[in-house]
Design a protein around this ligand. Structure first.
Ligand SMILES: [Zn+2]
Ligand SMILES: [Zn+2]
Length: 406
């Protein structure tokens, strides 16, 4: 505890905590110009797309191909979001997908919500601890290499200088451009992206797989330009979509689709509907199985003791147990005789006897609920199936005789 300050990454703390706080304080003292706010929002969406459509879906996951002009636009906008270079960001993100929720996941939510949100950047990381990921494709991408090499001047230019100059030359709001369109806008995008690592692993549903932490939630999607359908994304990471329904909020998907129509993007990867539905059905089945397992369905037939027909009759008649046989299974109906909707007399008259035929429609076609209730009363299995078995063997003998004589 005495040397805690040595474990803090002060450069990151400056850029993700101190600078935003100074930005907020300045905003309090310096009211916003309307044009500056409009520009900040527009630039927010562009820089956000640099991260979601560029860093994330294009470079980290190769979910589509982009032409050079689109790549340059995305790499430049990504600098405006001040989240590190494409190369650094994608390397960590690939490790996150490969080692989700483990110690090798750079922002594992298992270490707590705040760790996954920004703790992982506040504390110094041992780079050897983070899982390996292959980035040979990125090292061959000229735009990625150039951006990584010129990251510091690039981020200063795109995140701070450009918005200041636009607002300054445009409508004379130099200071507002720096505070609102520069510092605060970049800070908001940082927080939004951090939400994918924290909120999207913490809040929402898991329609495709619940073995790991990623979740789908519209709130996360709203703050992250559509990256909130994170359970789907971790299952189908190379799909250019995060939301698969048309009514779900995924502006990043809409942008990529529009670029395709304009000839700027191609080879949009998409998993087959059949594969996606298989995952969804398996998860539904898993939930259903869990619900089913929580209910009392009676002792499984395989676990019941086997008794002979004569033993069954003797226990019922001589020992006074309220046993009745149905479909070769012995049921103890003692606690149910008084509650039998068809009356006490009828059920009592079948104690020590085989009630298969009357139960299955001979007297009354019992409901599914009755069948379920009956199975909770089973206590044994009759060796050879009891009386039913005798009829069956009788029928088999007849069939054999018939075959022999013809
Ligand atoms: Zn994730
Ligand atoms: Zn991803």
């Amino acid at each position: 505890m005495s040397n805690w300050h040595q474990h803090i990454d002060w450069l990151n703390v400056t850029f993700i905590i101190f600078v935003p706080l100074i930005g907020l304080a300045s905003a309090y003292m310096y009211p916003a110009h309307l044009y500056t706010i409009i520009f900040a929002v527009v630039y927010y969406f562009n820089a956000g797309l640099g991260i979601t459509a560029g860093y994330h879906r294009l470079w980290a996951h190769s979910s589509y191909k982009a032409t050079l002009p689109l790549k340059i636009y995305l790499a430049a906008c990504g600098l405006g979001a001040a989240q590190g270079s494409i190369r650094w960001w994608s390397r960590g993100h690939r490790a996150h997908h490969r080692y989700t929720d483990t110690d090798k996941d750079p922002y594992s939510v298992k270490k707590g919500f705040w760790y996954s949100h920004l703790g992982w950047m506040v504390m110094k990381q041992n780079p050897k601890r983070i899982g390996r990921s292959d980035i040979t494709d990125l090292n061959e991408d000229a735009v990625v290499v150039w951006q990584h090499r010129h990251y510091i001047p690039g981020v200063l230019l795109m995140a701070l200088v450009l918005p200041t100059v636009v607002c300054g030359l445009g409508w004379g709001d130099w200071r507002g451009g720096f505070i609102y369109a520069g510092v605060l806008r970049a800070s908001f995008i940082q927080q939004a992206t951090f939400c994918v690592n924290s909120l999207a692993h913490w809040l929402g549903e898991q329609p495709f797989d619940d073995r790991n932490s990623p979740r789908d939630h519209v709130v996360t999607a709203l703050v992250t330009l559509g990256e909130g359908y994170h359970n789907f994304h971790h299952e189908f990471p190379s799909d250019y979509r995060n939301a698969i329904q048309w009514w779900q909020y995924d502006p990043t998907k809409w942008a990529i689709w529009t670029w395709k129509q304009l000839g700027l993007a191609s080879e949009l990867k998409q998993f087959r509907h059949n594969e996606i539905e298989k995952g969804r059905v398996q998860q539904l089945q898993k939930k259903l199985d869990e619900k089913r397992a929580a209910l009392d369905w009676g002792v499984p037939i395989a676990d019941l003791p086997v008794i002979s027909w004569d033993d069954f009759v003797e226990q019922a008649r001589d020992q006074g147990r309220a046993l009745t046989a149905i479909s070769g299974v012995v049921h103890d109906v003692a606690g149910f005789i008084g509650e039998h909707p068809g009356g006490k007399a009828l059920i009592s008259s079948f104690v020590g006897k085989d009630a298969t035929a009357v139960f299955n429609g001979g007297v009354y076609e019992h409901s599914n609920a009755a069948h379920n209730l009956l199975s909770t009363m089973r206590v044994g299995v009759i060796r050879g199936g009891g009386e039913v078995e005798i009829w069956k063997t009788g029928a088999e003998e007849k069939a054999k005789l018939g075959a022999a004589t013809s």
